[in-house]
Write a protein that binds this ligand. Structure first.
Ligand code: PEP
Ligand code: MG
Length: 536
């Protein structure tokens, strides 16, 4: 038994097999075969397995990211039926009496080079696809299980680090816990683990060569236990049992209002990253959605998501929430959320750089597409729009002007636009200090404590070395929250917290006493926070 330590990013215990994330590379050797027909049959069986794997991935992607984004898996399936590609492979096996792995690998490489040399952009992009499907067939031939995205049994996932886009592609039902050797507790990957309600550890630097072994993740103590002995296993099975009992107790709070004993009501909302998270929001009885990180739609896509794709996603969330408030944050990329097709320059200080509303006000067409989709979806539920990274009144007024023009444009097209509340995130010290002026421009404030802490304490939230200095309870932050709430109330608007601090139950009472009107937390934290509120 080995006990490896790291930092806890999300609570809870998980017990299961450890799987290293990432596609395993198979070493392909060139060997001769005597029975070429048997080898061709082996290849055909692997091709059929690949086709059915892609079918499953397609169905899953349609449900999670919509038909258009899922189309890539259909393209892969079509490639597996391409006569030239198949003839190339079978020809090599038959004529040169070579093994199937080698024939697939070489043919895939040849086709990929042919595609890459073409003038047509669409065909150029297929170069990566043909490599991808060839690698899939080779893995099946070699009998190597895929890592991460296609794990067969629910497992503890270990990785060097996980980009938000990789995390989003994981099959959630197959991930018992996340463990990364790098990463920081404030990164978006850690936030995603919380959204998925999955125990998570970061900075477990010694989690090497553990693939396939039995493990326990202790998301409270920040430990990964590898090959636990019987006694430890029993101990943790008891803890899992206790965890389940605690959850049952919390479940009894479903359907109850989040009101303190002396009658103060808090709006208890949930944070989501996509349509697929709404299920957890409803299961945990959140009263609305306080932060839909819309950039995850862009991160999951290989190109700018169209107005139609976005409209479908926003509409689906609004409808599923059935009239409850859904606050959708406009695109917040940059810093740790990089997207290739935006072609952003490399920056010296990305957190202080070209990101969020700064990009939206520069790439107006991209911004307008999103706003049109949001306005159209507003006809199907109670949508509110919220803009991140605000530092000035000018930015707010400019966004409002663009938004008003879009509403007008849509109405002229004969489209329905619902009532839309308009708010901003308070996540820069500048916005806190001018909150009195900003409050005159908007319907609500939502405090982003993750970035507000980063900018106030001058601590890069991605830098794991600084975790010991990152004091989320710093008096400067707590005083700023109070200032923002007071400024909001003075103008008759409401103020909430959607950063991770909102879920810190040791502060719930303080927030309520400050007059915070709303807390938006990961779905799994809704009931623990409600438990605090109803007992104070
Ligand atoms: C925040 O900064 O607190 C926030 C909620 O936004 P994000 O974590 O996505 O930057
Ligand atoms: Mg932020």
């Amino acid at each position: 038994m080995k006990v490896l330590s790291g930092k806890a990013a999300f609570k809870g215990v998980a017990i299961g097999k450890i799987r290293e994330f990432g596609e395993k590379k198979v070493e392909v050797n060139r060997t001769s075969v005597s029975d070429v027909e048997a080898e061709i049959a082996r290849f055909e069986a692997a091709r059929d397995t690949a086709a059915s794997q892609l079918g499953v991935l397609y169905e899953k992607a349609v449900a999670e990211v919509g038909e258009e984004n899922a189309a890539i898996f259909e393209v892969h399936q079509m490639m597996l039926e391409d006569e030239d590609y198949l003839d190339g492979i079978k020809g090599m096996i038959r004529d040169e009496q070579l093994n199937a792995e080698y024939a697939v690998s070489v043919t895939g490489q040849n086709f990929s080079e042919i595609f890459a040399a073409m003038d047509d952009d669409y065909m150029k992009e297929r170069a990566a696809d043909v490599k991808d499907i060839s690698a899939r067939v080779v893995r099946i031939l070699a009998g190597v299980e895929e890592g991460g995205a296609a794990m067969e049994e629910p497992s503890i996932l270990v990785a060097e680090d996980l980009a938000p886009s990789e995390t989003l592609q994981l099959d959630r039902s197959k991930v018992l816990a996340f463990v990364t050797r790098k990463g920081s507790t404030n990164s978006h990957t850690a936030i995603l683990a919380r959204t998925m309600n999955i125990p998570a550890l970061v900075m477990v630097s010694e989690a090497e060569h553990v693939d396939g072994l039995m493990g326990i993740v202790d998301g409270k103590e920040g430990k990964l236990i590898v090959e636990p002995d019987e006694e430890t296993l029993k101990d943790y099975r008891d803890k899992l049992e206790a965890q389940k009992k605690e959850q049952e107790l919390l479940n009894s709070l479903k359907g109850k209002p989040s009101v303190t004993k002396d009658g103060r009501k808090i709006n208890l909302y949930a944070n989501i990253g996509g349509v697929e998270d709404v299920e957890a929001v409803l299961a945990n009885d959140a009263e609305g959605i306080g932060l839909f990180r819309s950039e995850f739609l862009y991160l999951q896509s290989n190109d700018y998501p169209s107005e139609e794709q976005q409209f479908e996603a926003y509409k689906a969330v609004a409808e599923k929430m059935g009239g409850k408030r859904v606050i959708i944050r406009t695109l917040d990329i940059g810093a740790d959320k990089q997207i290739d097709y935006f072609e952003l320059d490399k920056e010296e200080n990305p957190a202080l750089g070209y990101r969020a509303v700064r990009i939206c006000l520069n790439k107006r067409e991209v911004f307008k597409t999103q706003l049109r989709a949001l306005c159209r979806a507003s006809a199907y539920g109670r949508i509110a729009i919220m803009v991140p990274m605000i530092i000035s009144v000018w930015e707010v007024q400019t966004v409002k002007e663009i938004l008003e023009k879009i509403k007008e444009e849509l109405r002229e097209e004969g489209r329905e636009v619902g009532e839309i509340e308009f708010g901003i995130m308070i996540e820069t010290p500048a916005s806190v200090i001018i909150a009195d002026e900003l409050a005159k421009e908007v319907d609500f404030f939502s405090i982003g404590t993750n970035d507000l802490t980063q900018y106030t304490l001058a601590i890069d939230r991605q830098n794991a070395k600084l975790d010991m200095f990152y004091n989320a309870h710093h008096p400067a932050i707590l005083r700023m929250i109070k200032m923002v709430v007071d400024a909001a109330h003075k103008e008759g608007i409401w103020a909430g917290i959607c950063g991770e601090l909102g879920a810190d139950t040791t502060l719930t009472e303080e927030f309520v006493n400050m007059g915070v009107d709303e807390l938006s937390v990961s779905p799994g934290m809704v009931l623990p926070v409600r438990n605090k509120v109803v007992n104070m």
